[in-house]
Design a protein around this ligand. Structure first.
Ligand SMILES: NC(=O)c1ccc[n+]([C@@H]2O[C@H](COP(=O)([O-])OP(=O)(O)OC[C@H]3O[C@@H](n4cnc5c(N)ncnc54)[C@H](OP(=O)(O)O)[C@@H]3O)[C@@H](O)[C@H]2O)c1
Length: 309
């Protein structure tokens, strides 16, 4: 029974090689041309074309080639009981932490202002904020959010974390629910969104909630583009109400050359690169899930489909 790798935009070849180095007995195919559909037992993918899943009658495992699973769960033809697992990789979370920390520190230390001054050959010193005085709010305290929050704490931010269920994490204030969200947004110099895209988080950062952020604050979105109301964000940036936004994830990827987002002032756009799971991390996730399923053990990183993450 074969594992079919449809990992685009990741190349399947390195994932196949990493899987073979972990377990040389596992049959792996890198395209549907290489395998009979009825031989496919496990499918590894980031996104899928409609109509593929019904063609795989013996599929018993779907492995996301990423930590986000929104595109797979949105497939209308996803069999209702098919187990879905995702990549959980501490190195990937650390990479996102580097991305967030770089932008958060640049914001509170006024890097953009000093670049402007340099362009004018202007020697002008501004007092840096007192260590510990800058506040960050991290939305989502999962595999990405919790390490990101800890890295912000280590860099001297006073951090509040927000999640769906109550959490207690050393070194930061934790809150949950709608009231917690309003308070956490209203006091943050930097808001970092690490939420998954689900029916309850889609459009969460709308005009009203973005409007709660203090003047001059920075939004960093590494979750999914659909979490934020783009038009509302761009209005606040054009008005100079927010100090900036850093957006790594977009409703349409790749972002079209004529997309209006490129022209919005104080908006930093990156092409979904805050982190990427390595071929080895994907392979480890798939091989572990196959072994757990073979041994009738609980799947370690199984997505709870009813809650959407
Ligand atoms: N930009 C990138 O390169 C990149 C890379 C990796 C991941 N991502 C994105 O990051 C997302 C999160 O990944 P993860 O591994 O951290 O997921 P995770 O471990 O499942 O954590 C999700 C967190 O979001 C919280 N949450 C979910 N729904 C919520 C709601 N309605 N209200 C409040 N909190 C809610 C959860 O709360 P509870 O703890 O209470 O359940 C949990 O803390 C992924 O889905 C993906 O979209 C982006």
């Amino acid at each position: 029974m074969t594992t079919l790798l449809l990992t685009h935009p990741q190349m399947p070849g390195p994932v196949a090689a990493a899987m073979r180095s972990l377990d040389s007995t596992l049959p792996v195919a890198c395209s549907l041309d290489e395998v009979a559909p009825e031989a496919v037992r496990c499918l590894v993918a980031y996104r899928l074309h409609p109509g593929l899943l019904p063609r795989l009658p013996r599929l018993s495992l779907l492995c996301a080639a990423s930590s986000g699973v929104d595109k797979l769960l949105a497939m209308p033809d996803l069999p209702p009981r098919l187990p879905v697992v995702r990549v959980v990789d501490p190195l990937q979370s650390a990479q996102i932490g580097q991305y967030v920390l770089g932008h958060a520190i640049a914001h509170v230390r006024g890097h953009a202002l000093y670049r402007e001054q340099q362009a004018r050959a202007q020697w002008l010193r501004h007092a840096p904020p007192a260590f510990g005085s800058c506040r960050a709010t991290v939305l989502g305290l999962g595999q990405v959010g919790a390490p990101v929050a800890r890295m912000l704490v280590a860099a001297g931010f006073a951090v509040t974390g927000w999640s769906r269920t109550p959490h207690a994490l050393e070194g930061l204030a934790c809150c949950h629910g709608a009231d917690g969200l309003a308070a956490a947004l209203g006091t943050a110099d930097v808001v970092v969104c690490t939420l998954p895209l689900t029916p309850s988080t889609e459009g969460l950062l709308d005009a009203e909630r973005l409007g709660l952020m203090p003047n001059g604050a920075l939004l960093i979105n590494v979750g999914r583009g659909e979490l934020v109301d783009d038009a509302a964000l761009w209005t606040l940036l054009r008005q100079g109400r927010l100090g900036g936004a850093v957006v790594d994830v977009h409703r349409q990827e790749p972002l079209a050359p004529d997309a209006p987002a490129w022209q919005v002032p104080c908006l930093t756009l990156t092409p979904h690169i805050a982190s990427q799971p390595s071929p080895t991390a994907i392979a480890r996730s798939v091989v572990a899930a196959l072994q757990q399923q073979r041994d009738s053990l609980p799947l370690q990183n199984q997505v709870i489909r009813e809650r959407g993450y």
